[in-house]
Design a protein around this ligand. Structure first.
Ligand code: SAM
Length: 347
């Protein structure tokens, strides 16, 4: 066990067999060493800095039918909404006053937001906030669309690969294509975005072999950001009664990702904060270095319900910067309100 962890720490690499052995046999002593190594690695590359990004969930309309997702097309109980350009700009304005310098625009796959509408939106944000970065998370789009949004000024794109196991992916996404999603990630990289991939932990039927595939996929893709969170069931989906992922396993995957991709921007996700009131702090202590508080208007926050119990009032609100800072400082870290580009971009 120790040689595998040492190789991860000193060389930032491992074989699939080594990673599988680790996941299958990790005891509390090895887990402690893993956390120490991942924490030391984050200190080396980022010190104690944690970047804050303002998350704007601007539409919960979605044409996809992912089995796990609360806003899937076939959930008739969702109260669907779309924010106008002016409403989205207002969120950015509030965020700017609060000090946020990255706006993460996320939505379901909503065809209303055509390239023309998005180009106009991105152009308006960039014209008003020269010092801010725009991150998009809109799902799968054609290459030309990604190109147009990049040319309009978008800097980053989050598109989790969800799972690197083809059979698991196809079971969970009956109307989507495993290869297309991965192709989208490659397109985004080619175009020049800072790219975020990522996966859920504890998906039904997911094995340690599948999780090793996730890590190996990330190692090859080398994304600038990686979003990892536990799967949490949503009662109005076909997986509503299935057991979800755990905080503990997610922490292990976060720590391994920090070791394999030492410079990666690694969010401590809302799903972690939902499962455990100290979930954010725990993730930060094993190497996460980004928090994305919610900047969406309060009137729509409970409508973007991806899973049961998703937190939407309280500390995760971008408006309560003081609460967030207090928690980050309380955990022994520092808040950085800069754009927080990946080191490769800064270099
Ligand atoms: N439509 C965009 C896309 O496909 O990437 C962005 C929105 S999508 C709702 C954002 C992320 O939510 C997904 O990548 C997925 O990993 C996560 N998610 C959805 N349902 C979830 C659940 N039940 N538990 C945990 N995470 C979930």
């Amino acid at each position: 066990m120790k040689p595998i962890l040492d190789e991860l720490y000193h060389k930032n690499t491992s074989s699939p067999e080594g990673l599988l052995y680790l996941l299958d046999h990790l005891d509390s002593e090895a887990q402690e060493l893993l956390s120490t190594y991942s924490h030391q690695t984050r200190l080396k590359h980022y010190g104690r800095q944690v970047y804050l990004r303002g998350l704007i969930e601007f539409s919960n309309v979605c044409i996809r039918n992912c089995l796990y997702c609360g806003i899937r097309r076939d959930n008739p109980k969702v109260d669907r909404y779309r924010l106008t350009q002016e409403e989205i700009l207002d969120c950015c304005r509030e965020g700017h006053i609060l000090g946020y310098r990255t706006y993460v625009l996320q939505s379901g796959e909503d065809p209303y937001y055509t390239d023309e509408r998005l180009v106009e939106l991105i152009t308006a944000i960039k014209a008003e906030f020269h010092d801010a970065a725009v991150t998009l998370s809109l799902g799968e789009r054609p290459y030309e669309s990604y190109q147009r949004l990049f040319a309009a000024g978008a800097n980053r794109y989050l598109l989790r690969h969800e799972t690197a196991s083809e059979s698991l992916y196809q079971r969970l996404h009956p109307d989507s294509n495993f290869h297309n999603r991965r192709q989208c990630l490659k397109h985004l990289k080619d175009i020049g975005y800072q790219v975020g991939a990522g996966f859920m932990v504890g998906l039904p039927g997911q094995t340690n072999e599948d999780l090793v595939q996730d890590l190996m996929f990330l190692k090859v893709l080398e994304p600038e950001m990686v979003g990892i969170g536990p799967f949490i069931p949503h009662g109005q989906t076909p997986l509503g009664r299935i057991k979800g992922g755990t905080v503990e396993k997610t922490l292990i995957m976060l720590a391994l990702t920090r070791l394999l991709l030492p410079e990666v921007l690694l969010p401590s996700t809302t799903a972690m904060g939902t499962l455990d009131s100290l979930g954010w702090e725990k993730a930060i202590k094993v190497g996460a270095n980004v928090v994305m508080p919610n900047l969406s208007p309060v009137k729509v926050r409970d409508k973007y319900e991806l899973y049961d119990g998703k937190i939407w009032t309280g500390d995760e609100s971008a408006h309560c910067r003081g609460c967030i800072e207090k928690r980050i400082i309380g955990a022994g870290f520092e808040v950085n309100m800069g754009r927080g580009d990946h080191p490769t971009w800064r270099r």
